[in-house]
Design a protein around this ligand. Structure first.
Ligand code: HAM
Length: 478
């Protein structure tokens, strides 16, 4: 067993070295192998206070998804590495926590959920006589932990939880409208408005039309998009260079594409791209019109520069952004109609969805001051007057829990009532039950209300409640 170095642990917190010595013999002067108290770089511990906040956030994610009729699913955090072997040069494939397991299988901690969803949908379709239409459309959501070996910065970690909502089997932009509306509903539920956050919308199909007109084959499409996505990072000249060197685009086509991403409106975009009022442009217009009717159009803006860095998107793409311009993308998604074919589907299966990380939105909620105050969720503490009453106190706790309350048994016999009160206060209980011999002999338990502020005659601060009436405890205080 490793011995903990007492001096490390006893130092005041602000000067504490966050390390534990692994030396078993302090007189041994071999170098100290020590291990750190911090979790691995870019990962997080969730102490109870932070965990409560995380649960609160996840509850809002779940509430929203369920209010749109979505079903929850999950998959293992460990995935087949092959699922992410895409050749378009995406950053995500370089960031995997991949390794060989003890049987030599190439596995990875999932960097995102979409390929797992595709795998699951595909297996479902095969199980069902191969008749794809029978199980569609699917509306599924999940909150997976995802792992990416990234440079950590504000809102970006090496693990994050990502709320995903996806619709499988709908090729119309009604699916996009539904998903964007869900994102907006979530924001509205947590007190974020369209003054704080916007949703930038574009369609890769328009870019596809430009490439098509220029005679570029469709197998270059994904790679082209991944390169264009680097505009912010490496600048227009470098992007044009990569487009001609790696994809083989002519200077003219590369110039047109890069110029088109700077367009301010859909009309300008279509104009520069030379696609006019094409079907692709009309589809985007329909999405904006649906958002108008739905009632959330004020959140949307067309942005030709949004292409997204994942290879599989084929149509509408979108990103949520902080209007103050401080934080990185809050969420992102799009249509990926060809991903299932990549995994062996005989037919194209229309899919669209988004991923919404927990880190950036927490930063945003903190900045806007809309995070709730969440205390521990204990309803009652039960304290025994002395050691002999401890078993009885436990029996009282059991009866109270049967009423659905969360009940904490104060672990010591509490002749010193003050200590038990302090404890009850610390855990946020609103009542305390004292199990003492006098009341017990009368078949009763004394319950004190800790949240009753005033000494008004109607306020009941204390009640002796018969044991067989503990199930109706709330009536005694109403
Ligand atoms: P993504 O844009 O890579 O898309 O990630 C979606 C969201 O996850 C980001 O906008 C951000 O909120 C969060 N996120 C991503 N990486 C990190 C990180 N390192 N630290 C913290 N948060 C992060 C996808 O992953 C797609 N699979 C989403 C999707 C679902 N598309 C269709 N369905």
């Amino acid at each position: 067993m490793a011995a903990f170095s007492g001096s490390t642990l006893l130092r005041p917190r602000h000067v504490q070295r966050r390390a534990i010595s692994q030396k078993t013999d302090p007189s041994n002067d071999e170098p100290d192998a020590g291990f750190t108290l911090d979790p691995p770089s870019g990962t997080r511990d969730f102490f109870p206070e932070k965990m409560r906040m995380q649960r609160w956030l996840f509850d809002r994610f779940r509430e929203t998804a369920q209010s749109y009729g979505f079903q929850e699913y999950d998959a293992p955090v460990l995935e087949h590495e092959d699922l992410y072997k895409r050749k378009a040069g995406e950053e995500i494939t370089e960031q995997m926590y991949n390794f060989r397991d003890k049987e030599g299988a190439a596995v990875t901690l999932r960097p995102e959920m979409t390929p797992s969803l595709a795998r699951m949908v595909l297996s479902l379709m095969r199980a069902e006589t191969g008749a794809i239409a029978a199980v569609l459309p699917l509306k599924w959501y999940s909150i997976p932990q995802c792992w990416r070996f990234e440079t950590t910065q504000r809102g970006r970690k090496r693990e994050h939880y990502q709320w995903n909502m996806d619709i499988v089997g709908v090729s119309e932009v009604t699916a996009e409208a539904e998903l964007l509306s869900a994102v907006v509903s979530f924001f509205e539920n947590v007190g974020i408005t369209s003054k704080d956050v916007g949703l930038r919308i574009n369609s890769r199909k328009v870019l596809g039309a430009v490439l098509n007109t220029a005679g570029v084959t469709s197998d270059k499409f994904a790679e082209t998009c991944v390169i264009i996505d680097k505009l912010d990072k490496i600048g227009a000249d470098a992007v044009k260079q990569e487009l001609s060197k790696q994809v083989g685009l002519s200077t003219e086509v590369a110039d047109t594409i890069v110029a088109a991403t700077g367009a301010k409106t859909l009309e300008e975009f279509a104009d520069i791209a030379g696609v006019g009022e094409s079907a692709e442009v009309q589809e985007l217009r329909r999405l904006f019109a649906l958002a108008e009717d739905y009632g959330f159009a004020d959140w949307l803006q067309f942005d030709a520069s949004v292409v997204r860095g994942l290879a599989y998107y084929t149509g509408v793409v979108f990103e949520g952004f902080d209007k103050a311009g401080v934080l990185r993308a809050v969420c992102g998604g799009g249509r990926y109609d060809k991903l299932l074919e990549l995994y062996g589907s005989k037919k194209e299966v229309p899919c669209v969805g988004f991923g919404f990380g927990d880190c950036v939105v927490m930063e945003l909620l903190k900045e806007r001051g809309v995070l709730p105050e969440l205390g521990p969720n204990v309803d009652m503490v039960v304290a025994a007057y002395n050691a002999d009453m401890m078993g009885k106190a436990m029996n009282v706790a059991r009866r109270l829990r049967q009423t659905g309350k969360s009940v904490d048994v104060y672990p010591e016999a509490a002749r010193k009532v003050k200590k038990a009160f302090r404890y009850a206060d610390k855990v946020g209980a609103s009542r305390i039950a004292f199990v003492a011999p006098d009341e017990w002999e009368r078949g009763e338990v004394r319950i004190k209300d800790l949240r009753c502020a005033a000494d008004t005659p109607n306020d009941k601060k204390q009640c002796d409640i018969p044991l067989d009436k503990l199930g109706e405890i709330d009536n005694f205080f109403s």
